[in-house]
Design a protein around this ligand. Structure first.
Ligand code: F6R
Length: 587
């Protein structure tokens, strides 16, 4: 959700910043811009659209200090004018976040000022210019104290060779390079430049020069913040022989599953301590992370016989949740930054519950709000649509559910250990192209399933609509006849997931109901004899036999490939779906 990069050092800033913005483009791609300082002058380029749109002009910018931004529009439509950086007088800044009281601040302090954008961010730079008193940190503090909302800011001033970075409720990291210092929203921007990073805390101010970094707390007292290893590797950001990150990341599903179960042993004993006396579990998250939470609910109830609920984080926060000391809240988030999930975790803790974070981002805000962290070892996920992180989450949640049930991880890991190979087989599975073709031509795609297959159906639907823009719904197979069947006609497609032998007959009823309304059907199943029964009437993807609770790891690969292939047939960019961004750090 907006990517920001800053550099202050001995090299030409714009080249480094441009590369950093390319790595952060998953955070937003409505517009991009770069500004550099040289000999008391700020030069800038900014344009609507992708980062590549500014490449030529960015190359011409000269200066050793600079800032850049890739935008996901909130206040003000995507346009050249609303692109960051924004300037006023000597100051120029980039902003990630939302200033809720910008109108009020405008009316109170900036009457008569001429604005060149519709953004909330321009108000901040105007305020800096207005209140600057020669003491930069004091001025930035004065202005940020006036702001309501969330921000990560990187600020430059024409008079100086430095950057100021500050944040509240949006991520900002500092990177230590060999020939300069960096600021960024996320570690991938610094891969290859910085081996070490510092994660700023809310209210911190960092002053970066070419030679050093000073960090101050919210009272402007100097503080020492931990230096951490930058885990983002340049190699992990390469596309290799894949045309898109989405395909690359689906291909990394087996590795994500394997690395996640191998990592669990290092946290198991801490998790056991936290789980002592647990009576109730709430799993929360947004989007795909919520969908993996639905699977976790089933795991926990089946393995541990403890009541478990799955709640969408944005709903959980506002429904007066009942949390007691024996409630465990499992907060699931790939990025560890999603505002609703982080706030849900904070709320749960403030009410006396214990929070376990299940995340792919070890230094994220969510990990700081949690009593314990279960790592998802998916590696950097660049495609906006979550793929390998979803299967990593399912793996982590399966292990966690076993621990809640008092089962040692050795047995759970043994059952998981065959899954990477089976996921690999799924990557080779035939027949997806034909179903993608059906979906691309359809008026709507309905993903159906029962029990755990229903949870994957929801994820299949989310993935398909997100990357292909084909209207889609996920539905419990048994509910079809209670309303949704009205939508079935010759242009509709049902993708039915059937992995539960006991429920197969009932799910096949749904298949027949769709076929008899002339809808097209695809089935993803491991049930014996299903191909024969549906021969010539439906497309069938056969998945390998596996532990019945682990089938989502295989059906997930099928629905992810289906979404990817449908997007390509419709000439969509699966990595950067319209209107979306990864890491939703605003509410
Ligand atoms: C869908 C997708 C989103 C995210 C959601 C939560 O493909 O990626 O639905 O799952 O925005 O993000 P995280 O997991 O970072 O909290």
């Amino acid at each position: 959700m907006c990517g920001i990069v800053g550099y202050c050092g001995k090299r030409n800033a714009s080249e480094i910043i441009y590369k950093g913005l390319k790595q952060l483009e998953y955070r937003g791609y409505d517009s991009a811009g770069i500004a550099v300082v040289s000999d008391g002058t700020v030069s800038a380029v900014k344009k609507q659209g992708r980062v590549a749109n500014i490449e030529a002009e960015a190359k011409a910018l000269r200066g050793n200090v600079g800032i850049g931004h890739t935008r996901w529009a909130t206040h003000g439509k995507p346009s050249d004018e609303n692109a960051h950086p924004h300037s006023s007088g000597k100051f120029t800044l980039v902003h990630n976040g939302i200033i809720e009281n910008y109108d009020e601040l405008k009316a109170r302090y900036l009457c008569g000022e001429k604005f060149s954008s519709d953004t909330d961010s321009e108000v901040i730079v105007k305020l800096l210019d207005k209140f600057y008193n020669g003491d930069i940190l004091a001025t930035v503090k004065k202005v940020t104290d006036m702001l309501k909302g969330s921000y990560a800011l990187v600020i430059i001033c024409a008079d100086f060779d430095w950057l100021v970075v500050t944040k509240r409720a949006n991520p900002a990291i500092i990177g230590y390079g060999e020939d300069g210092n960096f600021a960024a929203s996320d570690a991938p921007a610094l891969a290859g430049y910085c081996k070490e990073i510092t994660v700023l805390q809310d209210g911190d101010f960092a002053l970066l020069t070419a030679d050093g970094v000073s960090i101050f707390d919210c009272n402007l007292q100097g503080v020492i913040r931990e230096r951490l290893i930058n885990l983002a590797e340049p190699a992990s950001l390469e596309l290799g022989d894949c045309p898109y990150y989405m395909l690359k990341e689906i291909r990394e599903v087996p590795a994500s599953v394997e690395r996640t179960y191998l990592a669990y042993v290092s946290v198991e004993s801490r998790i056991k301590r936290i789980l002592k006396d647990v009576k109730r579990v709430i799993v929360t998250g947004c989007g795909t992370a919520y969908n993996s939470g639905l699977i976790a609910k089933r795991y926990i109830e089946c393995f541990a016989s403890i009541p478990a609920e799955a709640e969408i984080a944005g709903e959980f926060r506002y429904k007066n949740p009942i949390i007691t000391g024996d409630t465990i809240v499992i907060a699931v988030s790939q990025s560890g930054e999603t505002a609703d999930t982080v706030e849900a975790a904070k709320l749960a803790r403030s009410m006396g519950g214990k929070v376990i974070a299940v995340t792919n981002a070890p230094y994220s805000e969510l990990t700081r709000q949690a009593d314990a962290v279960v790592p998802v070892e998916a590696g950097s996920e660049i495609c906006v649509a979550a793929t390998k992180s979803y299967t990593g989450q399912i793996t982590a949640l399966y292990l966690l559910a076993n621990t809640i049930a008092g089962i040692n991880s050795t047995e759970a890991v043994r059952r998981l250990s065959v899954m990477p190979e089976l996921c690999n087989k799924m990557l080779e599975c035939k027949g997806i192209d034909a179903i993608a073709d059906m979906c691309a031509r359809s008026s709507g795609v309905y993903f159906l399933g029962r029990d755990i297959d229903y949870a994957v159906a929801l994820e299949g639907s989310l993935k398909l609509k997100e990357v292909s823009y084909v209207p889609s719904e996920g539905y419990p197979a048994g509910e079809l006849k209670h309303g949704t069947l009205a939508l079935m006609d010759i242009k509709a497609v049902a993708v039915v997931i059937i992995t539960n032998e006991q429920l197969a007959g009932k799910s096949e009823n749904a298949v027949e109901q769709v076929l008899s309304r002339r809808g097209k059907v695809a089935v993803i199943s491991n049930v014996d004899g299903i191909e024969k029964r549906l021969q010539g009437r439906a497309e069938v993807i056969k998945i390998p036999e596996c532990d019945k609770y682990l089938s989502p790891l295989l059906t997930a690969v099928a629905v992810q490939l289906l979404a990817y292939k449908t997007a390509l047939l419709l000439e969509r960019d699966p990595d950067k779906p319209r209107n979306l961004a990864k890491s939703v750090t605003v509410e």
